[in-house]
Design a protein around this ligand. Structure first.
Ligand code: DAR
Length: 357
């Protein structure tokens, strides 16, 4: 029985928010059709008891449809009480110059990404192969506008067998090695159980601008992962680049799924709100025992509202010289401009801790 399995997870894995807030009476009060839909949302957390969230939305309206239950997971994870109303604001209220922290940070790797999903398709976990191909084709029409625009240029590459944009497996592996393209998600048990990696590699691809500072992933954990990146010291530049680029692609007629309360709708509830992860690479050899132990840094960072990953992304080790990927944890009930400021302040605080010796 589903409730008995979840009850066991509640006790064996108290960090699993899907289980922690599961309410058997609520679930049993749903129609059989809604019980089946909600089971698809939470199956990832049932089959991966070590999950932190343990749920992925399958349709843009799941957050509203199952609000009595999912709202508890969302508020618990994001630490929110009271009114929930996501407001977008990209104003970072001043120059955020990493070189002002230390001259050695003047050429830092900076990256800001947002997850976005179109309102007229199921979310990745519930897409059929036909959905995935139709979605990719609808995006290729938008990419043609980007490619024709001299401010963007670039190209689109597809993994879909038979696509006129299809690249070879070797070319794909090279793009992954260069951290430009995303990995086959089938290896991620959380995503694969949720159906997010199904039909690989159909409907998956990447737009990359001529200067390689603007990339759009198609068909990863969200329909779109839209990211701006550059090496430099002004965080404002990479945020502004992303903002301008988002406005351009939305002007092509894309309608992103949004909720009044939760902001931009994303597969994972951890990304709701802005859908934004803003990060930079910073060398913290002392705090990471020269990169041998990123986990040492995580509780320190968490106290400052920051999360730390290895230089290669989620679930990777630090890079050479203790280089880690540092980002503010907040996504929801925080604006884009506030995230920029939090990233700057976080870098300043971590740098100061590193210098304490
Ligand atoms: N492992 C899943 C996902 C957590 C957040 N990371 C994402 N969305 N890539 C969990 O529920 O713990």
């Amino acid at each position: 029985m589903l409730s008995e399995q979840i009850f066991r997870i509640q006790h064996q894995h108290p960090e699993n928010l899907m289980a922690r807030h599961f309410d058997a009476a609520y679930f049993n009060g749903l129609s059989p059709e809604l019980q089946a839909r909600l089971t698809r949302v939470i199956i990832t957390g049932m089959q991966n008891p070590d999950s932190q969230m343990g749920a992925y939305a399958m349709n843009p309206d799941d957050y509203d449809l199952f609000q009595p239950y999912l709202d508890k997971l969302i508020r618990d994870y994001h630490g929110i009480e009271g009114e929930l109303k996501q407001i977008s604001n990209w104003d970072s209220d001043g120059t955020l110059d990493l070189a002002s922290i230390d001259e050695s940070l003047s050429n830092s790797s900076m990256r800001v990404r947002v997850g976005r999903n179109l309102s007229n398709f199921p979310l990745p976990g519930a897409m059929t192969r036909d959905h995935r191909i139709a979605f990719e084709n609808s995006m290729i029409a938008v990419f043609k506008k980007l490619i024709a625009n001299p401010d963007f240029g670039g190209s689109y590459i597809s993994l879909t067998p038979g696509s006129s944009h299809e690249i070879s497996h070797e070319q794909y592996l090279q793009l992954v090695a260069e951290h430009k393209m995303f990995k086959d998600m089938s290896a991620d048990p959380y995503l694969s159980v949720a159906g997010i990696s199904s039909d690989w590699p159909y409907g998956r691809g990447m737009y990359i601008s001529a200067d390689e500072q603007f990339i759009i992933w198609v068909g990863e954990e969200d329909h779109l992962r839209i990211m701006a990146m550059k090496c430099g010291c002004l965080l404002n530049e990479v945020f502004d680049h992303l903002h301008v680029s988002l406005d351009f692609i939305e002007a092509q007629g894309l309608v992103f799924a949004r909720s009044e309360a939760y902001g931009y709708v994303t597969s994972c509830p951890t990304n709701l709100g802005t859908g934004m992860r803003a990060s930079l690479h910073i060398a913290l050899p002392r705090l990471t025992q020269n990169g041998s132990n990123v986990d040492l840094l995580k509780p320190v960072a968490k106290k400052l509202g920051l999360s730390v990953r290895g230089a290669g992304g989620e679930h990777t080790a630090a890079g050479a010289g203790g280089i880690v990927d540092l980002s503010p944890s907040a996504r929801l009930m925080v604006s884009e401009g506030e995230i920029a400021r939090k990233l700057y302040q976080g870098a300043k605080q971590m740098w100061a801790l590193e210098q304490q010796g």
